[in-house]
Design a protein around this ligand. Sequence first.
Ligand SMILES: NC(=O)c1ccc[n+]([C@@H]2O[C@H](COP(=O)([O-])OP(=O)(O)OC[C@H]3O[C@@H](n4cnc5c(N)ncnc54)[C@H](O)[C@@H]3O)[C@@H](O)[C@H]2O)c1
Length: 309
Amino acid sequence: MARVLLTGGCGFIGANLAPMLRARGHEVRILDNLSRGRVEFLDDRAAYEVVQADIRDESAVIAACDGRDAVVHLAAYGSVVESVAEPSENFSINVEGTFKVLNAARQAGVQRVVFASTGGALIGNATPPVNEGALPRPISPYGASKLAGEGYCCAFAEAYGMSVTALRFANVIGPISWHKKGAVTAFFKAIMNGDPIRIYGDGSATRDFLYVEDLCRGIVAGLEAALPRFNVFHLASGRETSVRELAEIACRVGGRPEHPIVHDLKRPGEVERNFATYDLAREQLGFGPSVSIEDAMARTWAWMQEQPR
Ligand SMILES: NC(=O)c1ccc[n+]([C@@H]2O[C@H](COP(=O)([O-])OP(=O)(O)OC[C@H]3O[C@@H](n4cnc5c(N)ncnc54)[C@H](O)[C@@H]3O)[C@@H](O)[C@H]2O)c1
């Protein structure tokens, strides 16, 4: 059992991860500025200590690290598209913020940090499938910010003897994602509102989609593995899915197979093709996805149906 500080714990992935950490016997303190997340997303508000603060607030983060065995750092600024529009804000939260979290952990004597990185945006336009040996060449400020974060993770592990694991998430699907702006949420909202599904580009761009429960099991494994120094793993499905296929799955699980799909201009910063192998995570963390994209989409659709519009 570990005493964990979970940054960004009131967001999509954090609110799915928090109960899983608790179920494993870990004690969870959350630090979140509630810019995107909400305490209402948590399964049981009373089960968590929630500190409302910004990760760039040095003294707040040092105080939140007090008495913790580990930090799981999820808090970050949005998406590829938002980072292209707001590169300074993205840099401030994702690079400066990650540095401050690592530095606070060091000062508070927390030896173990797990960092939420990203697969596709960090690697850029490499020929997939990619793995941990691929040369990162990000094409968006968001991808660059995660690469910079990994750089600091590696440096802190080596310079201060900390154990830091960067987990490169695929595109995550699942409940508690109503506030997200990615394709899955946008497609489902379009179906629910009777609007056409809007695809940016011709739909041939590909992604690697992973169900949030599978991802969170990987995060827990990354936290619990006693790995020395710096390690990086792709947490992915290993399956390549085009955006067009994703839209068609959304229509099928939404019960509207003929729902209209329209196309718009491709957006800058978005990679063309991406999917990753997870062999290293399977070997070292026992990671393996168990939910297919169809099931992941169906479960997410079912969850969205239960939400107040
Ligand atoms: N969702 C995905 O598909 C995906 C894919 C790859 C990587 N990631 C990474 O996973 C992590 C979690 O993503 P998510 O999808 O849950 O996003 P989210 O926006 O739902 O959650 C992020 C949380 O961080 C909080 N936050 C943002 N800025 C903050 C700040 N300055 N100080 C304190 N808290 C702050 C928000 O309020 C929110 O609760 C992020 O680091 C993201 O980059 C997500």
